[in-house]
Design a protein around this ligand. Sequence first.
Ligand code: UN1
Length: 507
Amino acid sequence: MSERYQQYIDGEWVDGAGDETFESRNPATGERLGEFYRGTPDDVDAAVSAAADAYEEWRALSRIDRAEYLWDVYHELRARTDELGAVVTKECGKEISEGRADVVEAAHMVEWAAGDARHPNGDVVPSEIAAKDAYMRRKPRGVTGCITPWNFPIAIPYWHMAIALVEGNTVVWKPAEQTPRCAQIVAEMFDDAGIPPGVFNMVQGFGDAGNAIVQDDRVPTVLFTGSAEVGHLIADTLGGESGRRAACEMGGKNAVVVTEKADLDIAVHSAVMSAFKTTGQRCVSAERLVVHTDVYEEFKRRFVEAAREVAVGDPLQEETFMGPLVEAEHREKVTSYNDLAREEGVDVLVDRTELDAEEIPEGHEDGHWVGPFVYEADPDADLRCTHEEVFGPHVALLEYEGDVGRAVEIQNDTAYGLAGAIISEDYRQINYYRDYAELGLAYGNLPCIGAEVQLPFGGVKKSGNGNPSAREIIEAVTDRTAWTLNNSKEIQMAQGLSAEIKTDEDN
Ligand code: UN1
């Protein structure tokens, strides 16, 4: 009998109001990883009440005292990196170096947030009037709803929660339904740290629980990382309610541009990493390779060879490059996009949609396997497969002629604008791309994955306004006050405005 894992509300482990449960399974083997109580809107209601009640006391602590709880979490993340990395790999299928990197990234975000507690906070701003002291100060906003995806099941929850908590907010968190075991560990860490009841709450479950957070007007801030479909619904709901704010970070149809001046070793290496790491399931993964005609044939030959050979298999093995997709429905989605590409008449170069039986490791027959799917398409054709995000190892080669301006035009021909890369040895091409590619995250001579927490993160256009990196998330979870204090007995105004009160008797 495996254990039934609970939810964490108001400092207690609870079954919740409903009696339904759901399971987590290893996407590489089908092995059951645990059974979890499924959170309901009533559980969200209880969690939001607890978070609202805990808020006054939590915000009254100093930032440094609040950060002490995060330092405990940080040390646990560091001490348990290998163990937790393996849990990440078992639950979401990323290969083991990626499972580990997820935990390391979480530790980096917690370190940044807790370390920031001792840094200057706000600005001293000049006033026209010498006797006035002006400052920009920040205040927490209250209960923060956090809705996080499965592909970074330890890192992204801390992107949202570490800074929200240090800044004085309380949290109601709904983790992805695909990775409840990882979420359980995150909640245990806050519990181990002795965080005061109600400051951190976790409601496990599905979209109905997430939606209850979004609909609750006691939650002024919602942070969301995930699909564009859900993110835009959240942004629309909160955008229409004054005082509420949504910061949503969503996907992309990201591209790597390879110009005629590219070093092709760097180009092929970057393209393989961008397209196939995490089996294409990063919001920053590339599904388009925009390649200059002069180097097209050679790039194509080398990329196709790599895509044929790249090792798909048991994600717990160091030799594996690509693990399985996260779940059966996702495999169906990726497969149907591969079918769609064929229907749209593209030239398929590599089709490992169905792996050969000998490629599937023993005991892994129930895994959600898919290998690379690579095709050539016309960059000017209005195809769904080259414009919609698939979130899998589904990659289009798009050949272009002309200058870098043309490559950037193709790069920008998407509703999204998250991540991208240019491969070139020519600084003028690189700088043109830097200035005109419509992206939040852009790289030169690198893959378009692998952002670090201290850099800005986030996209433009349909990719969202979430900016959930260490520096930027502060804007989402705080309100600013421009605070001015007069040191004089006399009231003096800026802009030459008269402060004199004139009466009828003066005239
Ligand atoms: C995501 O793809 O969902 O830039 C987040 C990266 C990571 C974060 C990606 N640090 O690849």
